[in-house]
Design a protein around this ligand. Sequence first.
Ligand code: ADP
Ligand code: 5GP
Length: 203
Amino acid sequence: MPAEIKRTGMLLIISGPSGTGKGTLVKKLTDLDPSFRFSCSVTTRGPREGEIEGVHYYFVTEERYDELVAQNAFLEHATVHGHRYGTLRQPVEELMEQGYNVVLDIDPQGAISVMENASEYVSVFILPPSFDELRVRLHTRNTDDPVEIERRLNNARGEVQKLNRYQYAVINDNLELAFAQLQAIVNAEKQRTCRFHPTIFDT
Ligand code: ADP
Ligand code: 5GP
């Protein structure tokens, strides 16, 4: 980037039902595009096998979560599938001030809350190719028990109703195609004039 062009980071909201492939797409994006940083959420849910503190989530007690709510530490927070999840405000703001793009993987309640309060954001809803395929993916992922999977599938129907609150939608059928579509959205959004602060003519 030329030294005389400063950029403001983008707040990218990736949302949609559980099992649609949000995490898979977000990981590909952050692995391949060094301008992106993942916003690591706080949750009261217990860690799944392989999940790492501070990488996948900050795992906290109900009491600690309540403290963070009381301190207004969350940009948004919501109860999702019976557990509590929140996006920490400070790291998101700091990263964006440093010029990074920040990606949030959050549920539709949290996404709509951010959309109602943030002045600038890019929102993408990830759709599964079908309800049956969503069920298959949740079972294949093998991270949740059958009761939890049914709960997530039931919630998916209501979540998809919120689709038109978002700016973009991507159907994650073929992963490579879905990722190419996400990259196309992101690449266009990076070029919005609001992100550029040319200081070249400053005296
Ligand atoms: P989410 O973060 O939305 O809950 P994940 O990224 O964990 O979803 O994906 C759910 C499961 O589906 C995972 O096992 C993942 O490997 C798989 N998956 C993701 N995208 C695809 C795809 N396009 N085709 C088939 N399986 C997929
Ligand atoms: P999981 O338990 O499968 O990791 O996540 C369940 C749901 O919670 C997913 O839809 C995920 O996007 C959402 N989620 C994760 N972090 C946050 C967060 O900080 N805020 C909100 N509102 N939802 C989140």
